[in-house]
Design a protein around this ligand. Structure first.
Ligand code: BES
Ligand code: MN
Ligand code: ZN
Length: 504
């Protein structure tokens, strides 16, 4: 779907439908709604007075203009009480409205908004409209061949801006389009089935991004990993016929010599559990175990398109976790790239093994910070639920910056502790560390394990096992791959690079 900006007045726009968003209990209509109300002879005021449309959050009502304005229909959508209005409600309302229109096979729509909706956050309101509208319409259809013509597609939303507002709205829409495109790119990568999203294919997707300005990609293959001694990553890959890849994607939008932000993403293109095999039920969902890696690729794509003045290195260890004849066995001991030894007590705790080697490799870049993103533990989902990512790490300013980015984007994270005593739990009797400390505190012991490989760099781990995939439709996250936490990471990088520009 394309979102564009046009100068003019909504009341003059010829379109199949336009969307008007209102707050609940407003006495007088304002902004574009007042305009249209007048042209329609008070129709909107009458509807609101009648109580048929109360403008509760995400409530929707379609009305037909019968020539009073050039637009054929008006979709009224509720935002709830003005005193409780926030960006998340705007995202949801616009997602709802767009889905409603698509359901009616409408192909194009227009909207305008009251610039006083949240007067001190005008730009964010526009971004929220774009986010809600485009993310809400996401659908993954490449494998549907029966009734393909029936797939409904709303192609265009025009945001109508007054002359004075045009240029800043245009700027926000362009930038937000870049970000929502990146989110949908991540969703596509995660939605693809594991037979068509192998480590090699994921690496090829990363290489395509290197066509962008300031982006380069290198892929380490099995031979190179052997030479380097990446035996933790190789160990996980040994049970699969698919050769593993370590994807290295660099973006150099910042000053030469400026320390990069390292983004390390778990790229398990399928996690069967290996010899410690998972139950059959819902095992199909384990194609999403590369959601962290997908988020890293997508974030770098957005950073490059936004031309952010920052250096980034993305590292994505990619492999399957299968139970072939070469597979890891419980009790095996691996010597990792860092030189530390790991006792593999459970082959299903494979994410931390491949991340161990990638995290140690990150120190080659002397990064300003390391952020790893991984669908690491079911325990994190038990602790925080399906909609919230766990955050654990060693650096308070980095955690604070990520929390702010989470609050701004609505991609929720919550911190779990990483106190000293947890580190005792991952010590092995015969090796340096063991890869699991059992079920208790599993999200935390997983992070404690990772911390051993992040060196002394400021490091934060985001466990996205819950929010990476949704089993129920949510307003702007249709069921399936969510693309979380791409918006959060891009927001973090925008803030980080803005702060840096300021200092220089
Ligand atoms: N990929 C899984 C974690 C996961 C679970 C992601 C549910 C998404 C939804 C990970 O590799 C795993 O299997 N973790 C184990 C760790 C345990 C063996 C210590 C788990 O959570 O059970
Ligand atoms: Mn696993
Ligand atoms: Zn896994």
């Amino acid at each position: 779907m394309k979102i564009t900006v046009k100068k003019g007045s909504l009341a003059d726009v010829k379109t199949e439908a336009f969307i008007l968003a209102f707050c609940e209990g407003e006495k007088a209509l304002s902004g574009p709604a007042a305009d249209i109300d007048q042209k329609c002879g008070g129709l909107l005021s009458d509807i609101i007075k009648s109580g048929d449309f109360a403008a509760k959050a995400s409530e929707a009502l379609m009305i037909y203009t019968r020539g009073a304005v050039p637009a054929k229909r008006i979709a009224l959508v509720g935002l709830g009480k003005k005193s409780e209005l926030n960006l998340e409600k705007i995202r949801r309302a616009f997602a709802k409205a767009m889905q409603h229109l698509r359901g009616l096979k409408i192909k194009e729509a227009a909207t305008a908004f009251d610039t006083d909706l949240l007067p001190d956050q005008k730009e964010k309101v526009v971004a929220a409209i774009v986010e809600g509208a485009s993310l809400g319409l996401y659908q993954y259809t490449p494998y549907k061949t029966v009734g393909r013509e029936e797939v409904k597609d709303l192609r265009q939303l025009e945001i109508i801006a007054r002359y004075a507002d045009y240029s800043w709205i245009q700027d926000v829409v362009q930038k937000t389009n870049i970000i929502t495109d990146a989110v949908c790119f991540a969703r596509d990568l995660v939605s693809a089935p594991a037979n068509e999203m192998t480590p090699g294919i994921l690496a090829a997707c990363a290489k395509k991004l290197a066509k962008k300005k300031n982006v380069s990609c290198r892929v380490l293959d099995q031979g190179k990993m052997k030479v380097l001694g990446m035996n933790a990553l190789l160990g996980v890959a040994a049970g699969s016929h698919q050769p593993p890849k370590l994807i290295i994607l660099e973006y150099t939008g910042g000053k030469k010599g400026d320390a990069p932000i390292a983004l390390v993403g778990k790229g398990l293109t399928f996690d069967s559990g290996g010899i410690s095999i998972k139950p059959a039920e819902k095992m199909d969902e384990m194609k999403t175990d590369m959601a962290g890696g997908a988020a890293v690729l997508a974030t770098i794509k957005a950073a490059a398109d936004l031309k952010l003045p920052v250096n980034i290195v993305g590292l994505v260890p990619a492999t399957e976790n299968m139970s072939g004849g070469g597979a890891l066995k419980p009790g095996d001991i691996l010597k990792s790239y860092s030189g530390r030894t790991i006792e593999v007590l459970n082959t299903d705790a494979e994410g931390r093994l491949i991340l161990a080697d990638a995290l140690s490799y990150a120190s080659k870049y002397k990064p300003a910070a390391i952020i790893d993103i991984a669908t690491l533990t079911g325990a994190c989902v038990v602790a925080l639920g399906e909609e919230v990512a766990g955050m654990l790490g060693t650096d308070d300013p980095l955690k604070k910056a990520l929390r702010e980015a989470a609050d701004a984007t609505g991609e929720l994270i919550w911190e779990l502790p990483l106190w000293e005593h947890y580190h005792e739990l991952i010590k092995s009797d015969i090796a340096d560390y063991k890869n699991t400390a059992g079920r208790m505190g599993g999200a935390i012991t997983g992070a404690a394990f990772l911390s051993k490989f992040a060196g002394d760099y400021p490091w934060v781990h985001l466990d996205i096992a819950g929010p990476a995939w949704t089993t129920k439709d949510k307003a702007y996250i249709p069921k399936g791959a969510s693309g979380v936490p791409v918006r959060l990471l891009v927001e973090y990088l925008r803030q980080y690079s803005a702060r840096k520009q300021h200092v220089h």
